[in-house]
Design a protein around this ligand. Structure first.
Ligand code: FAD
Length: 345
């Protein structure tokens, strides 16, 4: 593309989030969405571009090309080795001012939430956070960003008519993961940060590693429990089932509110969005705020003593019964099957 054509291109940007050189998969989910938006906008003019900041991270650009980026802007600088809001905001705002993207998508991760709001403030534009759907308004030709509102009971579609870029954040796993292309090339544009370490006010003195993070969003199997457990002791039973299936524990919100388990296990509107191959919901009624977080699961098995429980409306398989009878039976059946027991019923 010539310099002139580059100037005229309708740019759809995606933040390629990385920490310690490991890209966050939400970046690829957003590139998939950006490709759809580019097609809706006008495939001739629209380009999908990644924005990558860090130190010694140029290899990640190749991955971004495989997931659909036509071009990646790279700021590679020791100052950017560890995420800090100030240099990241300064660097990206500078890129926004230079290249004037129309749309800018950022993952609603801890890092992304911190960064998106400060970029929006710095470049004085609007940000629609935690979107569940992104399309182009066919009449106006601008981004239509949809997100839940009023406690998840209504969906609002928000337009940013005046300011640019139109910014939106999307939580991990809300959008499908696109298939990577086996071989793809794109253009890598290096840009200087223009900020020295002395100018950064926040310093990292030392790193205190936390506990290993629970990877709920990207787990293939989730065994989730709800208020039907009756008390925190029942969680051990679900953890045992999760363990025999090679999965992790999820919960509904009341269990977190009651202090039975930490918030990192919560699935739903105010928790995590998940897309496992198998989701087992035990003692969960299936309130809309829970369902929005797990309805993308490949297969849903619901265990509930109430045959009218709403969770059965979205379940692929439902067992009406007491979870304290059903789950131990499931555990012994799975164990027997794993040991090749021919007496499995
Ligand atoms: C703004 C807002 C945000 C929210 N965000 C979230 C969120 O992110 N995630 C979330 O989960 N919720 C969220 N909620 C709460 C949500 O509305 C529901 O209250 C919650 O999901 C209900 O949790 P539950 O299904 O575990 O409990 P309940 O609705 O009380 O259901 C318990 C179920 O267990 C069954 N049961 C009882 N005993 C047994 C047994 N022995 N064996 C089998 N089944 C049994 C019952 O039949 C019942 O269906 C939010 C609410 C609001 C207002």
């Amino acid at each position: 593309m010539t310099a002139d054509a580059t100037q005229q291109a309708r740019r759809i940007w995606v933040l390629i989030e990385q920490e310690e050189g490991i890209p966050h998969p939400v970046s690829w989910e957003l590139l998939g969405a950006a490709r759809h938006l580019a097609t809706e906008l006008d495939a001739q003019q629209a380009v999908v571009e990644g924005v990558l900041l860090g130190h010694d991270v140029s290899g990640i650009a190749q991955e971004a090309f495989r997931y659909g980026a036509n071009r990646v802007y790279l700021m590679d600088d020791p100052v950017l080795a560890v995420y800090r809001n100030q240099p990241y905001t300064a660097g990206i705002s500078q890129l926004v001012e230079t290249y004037q993207p129309e749309i800018f998508l950022i993952g609603a991760t801890t890092l992304g939430r911190d960064l998106a709001s400060s970029i929006a403030t710095r470049v004085q534009t609007g940000l629609t956070a935690d979107c569940t759907e992104l399309t182009i308004d066919p009449k106006l030709g601008i981004l239509a960003a949809t997100r839940p509102t009023f406690g998840g009971n209504l969906m609002a579609t928000i337009l940013c008519r005046q300011r640019r870029p139109q910014m939106a954040s999307v939580r991990p796993r809300v959008l499908p993961m696109p298939e990577p292309l086996p071989a793809a090339a794109g253009e890598l544009i290096r840009e200087p940060l223009g900020m020295s370490e002395e100018e950064v006010t926040v310093k990292r003195l030392r790193l205190i590693p936390g506990q290993q993070q629970l990877n709920l969003e990207y787990a293939d199997v989730i065994v989730a429990g709800g208020r039907g457990l009756g008390g925190p002791d029942g969680l051990a039973l679900l953890e045992e089932l999760a363990q025999v299936l090679g999965g992790v524990l999820g919960v509904s919100r009341p269990l977190v509110d009651a202090g039975w388990v930490s918030a990192e296990h919560q699935v739903g509107q105010t928790g995590k969005t998940v897309r496992p191959k198998l989701y087992i919901a035990a003692g969960i009624s299936g309130a809309i705020q829970h369902r929005v977080g797990m309805s993308g699961a490949g297969f849903i098995l619901a265990i509930n003593s109430d045959p009218q429980a709403p969770i059965f409306q979205i379940a692929d398989l439902g067992i009406v019964g007491d979870l304290y009878q059903v789950v131990p039976e499931l555990i012994s059946q799975v164990r027997a099957a794993q040991q090749g027991d021919s007496h499995v019923r």
